[in-house]
Design a protein around this ligand. Structure first.
Ligand code: SF4
Ligand code: SF4
Length: 222
C-alpha cells in the first residue's frame, strides 16, 4: 500500500504523505518512509504520548506537521479552555476539534485565537483530572475490533458514558444503543479484544461497566 502511495507522490499526484496513528509503539515505522509530511495523533493533557520530548523533537527536526485529534479527550474533557491552553504549549501542533453545533464552533474560535498557556492553578487542575481519569480509558481507536466471537460493537459500547455526557439526553436515546448493549451482554470475556488493544485495557471490564451504566440509565428513565 505505502509503495503505491510513494509512487503516486513521486509522479506528483500526491503532494504530501501523512499518517494517522493511535499506537505510539508503531510510530517509529513511519520514519522509514522518506519525506512523510504529517501525523495525526491523539493529543490532549490526558494523552501525551506523542509530545514525549524525544519523539516530539524528532517530529520537529524532520519538519513533520502534527495534527492533534481528540483535543478534548474524545469528549472526556469538558474544560475546553483548559484543553486549548495545554495545546498552546506545543505551538507546532494544529488541533482538529470536532464540533456539532454553531455554539461549539463559536466557543472554539474564541479559544483558538488566544495565546495563554496553563498557569499554576490550571496545572493543578490538569494534574487532578489526569489522576482521576488515569490512562486506562478507551481512545475509541478501534484496534480491538472486530469482535469475531459475538460481533460486539466495542468502540460504541465503551463510549456509552461519554456519549451520555456529549449528547443532549433526548438525542442520546436515539443513537440506537439498546441493540448494541444487548449484543454486548453476550461477551464471553475471551480477551481477544484486549490482546489487540495498544493501551493494554481490560476491554471486557470496560464493556461491563458501560452495560451497567446504560441499564441504570434505562431504569431511571422509566
Ligand atoms: S472479550 Fe468479549 S468483546 Fe472481546 S472479543 Fe471476546 S467476546 Fe468479543
Ligand atoms: S479498547 Fe483499546 S483498542 Fe479498543 S477502541 Fe478502546 S483503546 Fe482502542
Amino acid at each position: 500500500m505505502i509503495d503505491a502511495v510513494i509512487k503516486e507522490r513521486d509522479k506528483g499526484k500526491i503532494n504530501h504523505i501523512g499518517f494517522s496513528c493511535h499506537n505510539p509503539a508503531v510510530i517509529g515505522r513511519f520514519f522509514e518512509v522518506k519525506d512523510f509530511s504529517v501525523v495525526m495523533v491523539p493529543l490532549n493533557f490526558i494523552s501525551t504520548e506523542y509530545v514525549e520530548k524525544t519523539l516530539y523533537d524528532r517530529f520537529i527536526k524532520n519538519n513533520i506537521g502534527i495534527l492533534a485529534m481528540k483535543p478534548f479527550g474524545g469528549g472526556r474533557l469538558s474544560d475546553i479552555e483548559l484543553c486549548f491552553k495545554f495545546l498552546r504549549l506545543y505551538p507546532e501542533v494544529i488541533p482538529v476539534a470536532g464540533m456539532q453545533t454553531k455554539e461549539e464552533l463559536k466557543q472554539n474560535l474564541i479559544y483558538i485565537g488566544r495565546e495563554d498557556t496553563p498557569n499554576d492553578s490550571d496545572n493543578k487542575k490538569i494534574l487532578q483530572i489526569s489522576e482521576e481519569l488515569g490512562n486506562k480509558f478507551c481512545r475509541q481507536c478501534g484496534y480491538c475490533m472486530p469482535c469475531e466471537a459475538k460481533g460486539i460493537e466495542i468502540t460504541d459500547v465503551n463510549f456509552i458514558e461519554v456519549y451520555y455526557k456529549q449528547f443532549p439526553h433526548d438525542d442520546f436515546w436515539k443513537i440506537g444503543l439498546d441493540k448494541k448493549v444487548e449484543t454486548a451482554k453476550e461477551c464471553m470475556e475471551c480477551g481477544k479484544c484486549s490482546e489487540k488493544c495498544p493501551f493494554d485495557l481490560d476491554v471486557p471490564e470496560i464493556i461491563k461497566k458501560n452495560i451497567v451504566f446504560f441499564d441504570n440509565l434505562k431504569t431511571r428513565k422509566h
